[in-house]
Ligand binder design. Structure first.
Ligand code: GTP
Ligand code: MG
Length: 226
């Protein structure tokens, strides 16, 4: 029985050449992920610089928090498979724009547009895609400004263009999105009997928090006008 298992296991071990291919692929993948990590650092620094500079003009910093994330290998693989794309590094880089993610959380909606405009005016930033879910919220109530940008990272001997997904939102939008995300994955919501009712309640909450955002902003502007 034991001998049998050993034989079966031996059959699973790839030939030497395959192992080399595998090692090469794994290393190349790691390298690509490192480039994305560098791109995240570049974009985060750009926002930190803007935050410092914009806070010189007013008393407060427009940015509350910056969160960054690198898409996990499992999620990359799942997305490639879901879209029926080839499983190569080129295909990953050309088709997935959300491997590097930077989320910028602001206090007020106006700051979101101020930051996005300043970022996009920089001459090394290219806008690939812009989705304004603040002006046009998703049917479920989701709000945020999404940008896909391309920026250069400078390596030892080369300049490499990398894509980064930037999500800008207020504290209130982030609060709503985090809770909605948690609730959505709590159970398979579609099988929950009260799905429609819960969705409606969540949407109502999104609208209340948008009202809160605009009222707080009005108060801020009133104070700054004094
Ligand atoms: P993906 O394949 O999911 O990237 O679709 P897409 O390219 O159409 O992306 P979209 O810009 O609509 O959304 C991308 C990201 O925004 C998601 O990965 C989430 O982080 C966030 N997001 C979008 N819609 C929702 C939503 O309804 N709820 C929450 N909590 N987050 C959302
Ligand atoms: Mg996306």
């Amino acid at each position: 029985m034991i001998e049998n298992n050993v034989e079966q296991f031996a059959q699973l071990i790839p030939q030497k050449a395959d192992l080399r291919d595998f090692a090469f692929m794994a290393e190349s993948f790691q390298r690509l992920m490192t480039y994305y990590r560098c791109a995240i650092m570049e974009v985060e620094t750009k926002f930190r610089v803007l935050d410092v500079q914009l806070s010189l003009n007013s008393e407060n910093n427009p940015i509350e928090t910056i969160k960054t994330r690198l898409k996990r290998p499992e999620s990359i693989a799942a997305k490639i498979q879901r879209r029926g794309l080839p499983f190569t590094l080129e295909s990953i880089e050309q088709n997935l724009f959300d491997i590097a993610g930077v989320r910028v959380i602001c206090s007020f909606p106006e700051d979101i547009y101020r930051l996005a405009d300043s970022l996009l005016r920089q001459d090394d930033v290219t806008l690939i895609e812009r989705k304004d879910y603040i002006q046009n919220p998703k049917p479920n109530g989701y709000r945020s400004l999404h940008l896909i940008i391309e920026i250069p990272i400078f390596l030892q001997n080369e300049k490499r263009m990398m894509k980064v997904e930037v999500q800008l939102r207020t504290i209130a939008m982030d609060f709503w999105a985090s809770l909605e995300h948690k609730l959505r994955y709590k159970k398979d919501m579609r099988s929950v009997e009260h799905y429609d009712q819960i969705s409606q309640k969540l949407k109502a909450c999104a609208e209340m928090s948008a009202t809160l955002d605009s009222q707080m902003e009005a108060i801020r502007n009133q104070i700054e006008g004094i």
